[in-house]
Design a binder for this molecule. Sequence first.
Ligand SMILES: [Cu+2]
Length: 123
Amino acid sequence: MTPARILAVAAAAAGALALATTSSAGRHGGGTLVGTVGPGFTITLKQNGQLVNTIPAGTYTFVIHDMASIHAFSLDGPNGFAKDFTTVPFTGTKSVTVALKPGAYKYYCPPHESFMFKHFTVK
Ligand SMILES: [Cu+2]
């Protein structure tokens, strides 16, 4: 190979790598979502430390920290999707893998649903 040819091959390989990295982060969902309910009257769902607002469709592992016996963590979604990750009076951590399809989702604490809830969107 000439030096120019070697350079071209290296550049193509670097480009392919960049493309692969971009597509896995940008288009495909999946990964870990961390939910926390309690110990006060709060409920959150975070990915990499940030509240989940809009995420790509995919298979996610929900790691749910239920910090109080009076609270629980449930998730409603499109087309009748409903998941109770924890129930009263459970406390502790549960991991559940869920396939999220596009639509509007709401996570909430069932006994305090009127004020302990948040929404996110799956695209
Ligand atoms: Cu509650």
